[in-house]
Design a protein around this ligand. Sequence first.
Ligand code: SF4
Length: 66
Amino acid sequence: MKKVKIIEEQCIFCGQCEAIAPEVFKIGEKAEVLLEEIPPEHEESVQEAIDACPTDAIVWTEETTS
Ligand code: SF4
């Protein structure tokens, strides 16, 4: 499954990602990704959050298969 992370140095804590995908992102004292791996049914909302993030702070990190 795909993984996603927030580059904290780029995050301005605007809360957009949490508004779009509250099951995945939690923005409080720090920017958190709640799910270790993103299930397929959440991929679309995560992509929406990535597109909406004003500072491009959210990035996919592909699962490496070994
Ligand atoms: S949308 Fe981007 S800048 Fe805004 S809180 Fe989420 S990660 Fe941070």
